[in-house]
Design a protein around this ligand. Structure first.
Ligand code: SAM
Length: 282
């Protein structure tokens, strides 16, 4: 059973399977031995929960999850990794590898089939090219999951966990906050991966809310406004909200009606303030 954090053992394993890393699939495998156990602990893996992993790679995090959780289901897009995983995970009867694209697969059915009534957490070292779309897919689908613990690029982590009303905030910050409570857990240096990427990473945890933090008549309108406002984040809101189909006078009147300066910019608003604006439209 190869040591999946030992570079020469990984090289031998991958060479034997004729595997070459795909940059396009975001294949940077974890080799720092302390990171995967920390992630597995942080996602709360224990005998009472099932874990959904996305992108097992050669199975280094998958193993740590399976040592703790009742069941692990893991979706891998790259069929060249399937024989590798068969070898590296052969000692773990509680792991099921599913060949598929996490952006396409029916996650609701998958979770139902794999975990039945079990509580479910998501834990993954995400391929960087789908970080935000995948997190939003997990959140917007309102899947029966309790939390999402993921490794993402540091810059993305900062944005995903930013406090609304601060400069780090983006449209995705507010969207995430609508569905979950985000927390920055710990940083991981680029040298912890093979091959090493050009940037550092961080592990974040999103605890799914049982109900949104603010009342919104129409969620679509809320996200449409947020997108328009951050789409031109340097402009004042009375101008940027024209991107949501409002006339400048309308946008100004709405902002004044909810007590926001028309000169304010998107990053200065809280989720509740965007909700108040959205509720004036619908
Ligand atoms: N978990 C492993 C680790 O930590 O070493 C590998 C993480 S690597 C950053 C991302 C993994 O996701 C790769 O195995 C890659 O093939 C896989 N992947 C990329 N896009 C995917 C997708 N759309 N659906 C499922 N897996 C994907």
């Amino acid at each position: 059973m190869p040591n999946l954090t030992n570079i020469s053992e990984i090289r031998t394993l991958l060479h034997r399977h004729g595997f070459r890393f795909s940059k396009a699939l975001g294949q940077n495998f974890l080799i720092n031995p302390s990171v995967c156990p920390r992630m597995a602990e942080a996602c709360g893996a224990d005998q009472n929960i099932g874990v959904l992993e996305i992108g097992p790679g050669i199975g280094v995090l998958t193993r740590e999850l399976a040592l703790r959780a009742a069941h692990v289901a893991s979706i891998e897009i790259d069929n060249r990794l399937l024989p590798v995983l068969k070898e590296t995970l052969s000692d773990f009867p509680n792991i099921h590898i599913i060949h598929g694209d996490a952006m396409e697969i029916n996650l609701r059915d998958l979770i139902h089939n794999e975990f039945k009534e079990q509580k479910v957490s998501v834990c993954a070292n995400l391929p960087y090219y789908i970080t935000s779309p995948l997190i939003m897919r997990l959140l917007e689908s309102r899947l029966p999951i309790d939390s999402i613990t993921v490794m993402v690029q540091k810059e993305a982590a900062v944005r995903l966990c930013a406090i609304p009303g601060t400069r780090e905030c983006g449209a995705v910050t507010l969207a995430v906050r609508y569905y979950a409570q985000p927390r920055m857990l710990f940083s991981v240096s680029r040298g912890s991966f093979m091959p090493a990427p050009n940037v550092d990473s961080a592990v974040i945890r999103l605890d799914i809310r049982s109900a949104p933090p603010c009342e919104v008549k129409n969620e679509k309108t809320l996200f449409h406004l947020i997108k328009a406002a951050f789409g031109q984040r340097r402009k004042t809101l009375s101008n940027s909200l024209m991107g949501a189909g409002l006339l400048k006078e309308q946008a100004t009147a709405m902002l004044v009606a909810v007590g926001i300066s028309p000169q304010a910019r998107a990053e200065e608003l809280t989720l509740e303030q965007f909700a108040a604006l959205a509720n004036l439209i619908d």
